[in-house]
Design a protein around this ligand. Structure first.
Ligand SMILES: [Zn+2]
Length: 312
């Protein structure tokens, strides 16, 4: 296996730089990938995080995977770990790149394009060709907290098959978005699943643990690592999802437990005015699960408040 000119032989574990670029100060930012190869042939799995620089749960999850002893003795195949794809945004605690571009809308990128376009190109050119499939780790943006969930396209049977080996609490049918890593990988026959858990700039132990356990389950189910003791998991398939939005402006509270099941017409939350003159209830439009919550208490009319998932 060769990544950006560095050869990694079977049985070798190596750190390789797959992308580098210069800041205006002339400092060079190098983006490392950690490659673990077994002597035995097998699948090549990519685990990546930090596409959005403020999504720290994924970065912490992959740090936990990196320190797990099972990686040192892979039974077969290759695991490539990129804890921080977008180092520049990570340094600044930002979602976007300098200039405001979203790296996950820059794919497939070009060699001579903007910073985001070059970073996307380096992943497509140096990493994607050597992998078979991967999981890209994200968290909710803004003040959105996502219950641990894998997103994939249900119409593509192999996606769901792979997602079930990860066995997260929820697997959600999620169409492709233009310019994303996921869609451009699929055009080249590679499956990228997106794991979403927690919110930006805040560690969430449930999110990090579910991410770590999912990675270990996936590698165990692919016979890449020796059996590890993992808690029993139940996965719910979500065929449809929608947002319950604010019908009024005011202070928002939810009464439901995160990830919990609810039934149609139940009260999911309340919006009150700050002077306690009025209060409106948010009513469940269907039976479903709370798969995402807006943690911002002050809301405007139309704000997305609760992301609900309807079981397939
Ligand atoms: Zn993200």
């Amino acid at each position: 296996m060769v990544i950006n000119g560095t050869t990694i032989a079977p049985g070798e574990n190596k750190q390789v730089v797959f992308s580098q670029y210069e800041l205006p100060s002339q400092s060079v930012i190098e983006t490392p990938a950690y490659v673990f190869r077994s002597v035995n042939a097998g699948p090549c799995l990519l685990l990546s995080a930090g596409m959005h620089g403020e999504e720290t749960n994924g970065i912490e999850t992959l740090r936990e995977v990196l320190k797990h002893e099972s990686l040192q003795n892979l039974l077969c195949g290759t695991v490539i770990i990129i804890p921080i794809i977008n180092v520049v945004s990570f340094i600044f605690n930002q979602r976007e790149l300098p200039g405001g571009r979203d790296l996950n809308r820059c794919f497939p990128g070009t060699r001579n394009g903007s910073l985001g376009s070059r970073m996307a190109h380096d992943i497509m050119h140096n990493i994607l060709p050597v992998i078979d499939f991967g999981v890209d780790f994200h968290t909710g943006g803004a003040k959105i907290n996502n219950y641990p969930q894998l997103r994939c396209v249900f119409d593509e049977p192999k996606h769901l098959e792979l997602a079930k080996l990860f066995a997260p609490p929820f697997i959600i049918n999620s169409p492709y978005r233009d310019g994303s890593f996921r869609v451009e990988a699929s055009k080249r026959g590679k499956i990228i699943l997106v794991f979403e858990a927690g919110e930006s700039l805040r560690f969430n132990n449930t999110a990090i643990n579910e991410g770590l356990q999912g990675c270990l389950r996936l590698m165990k189910n692919l016979n890449m690592i020796a059996p590890v003791d993992l808690p029993q998991s139940r996965t719910i398939l979500i065929g449809k999802d929608k947002w319950v939005r604010a019908s009024e402006a005011g202070l928002f509270r939810t009464h439901k437990k995160f990830g919990a099941y609810f039934e149609k017409d139940q009260v999911l939350g309340t919006i009150s005015d700050p002077y306690n003159k009025s209060e409106v209830n948010l009513i469940a439009p269907d039976n479903g699960f709370i798969i995402g919550i807006n943690n911002q208490p002050v809301v405007h009319v139309g704000d997305a408040l609760l992301h609900i998932g309807i079981e397939k």
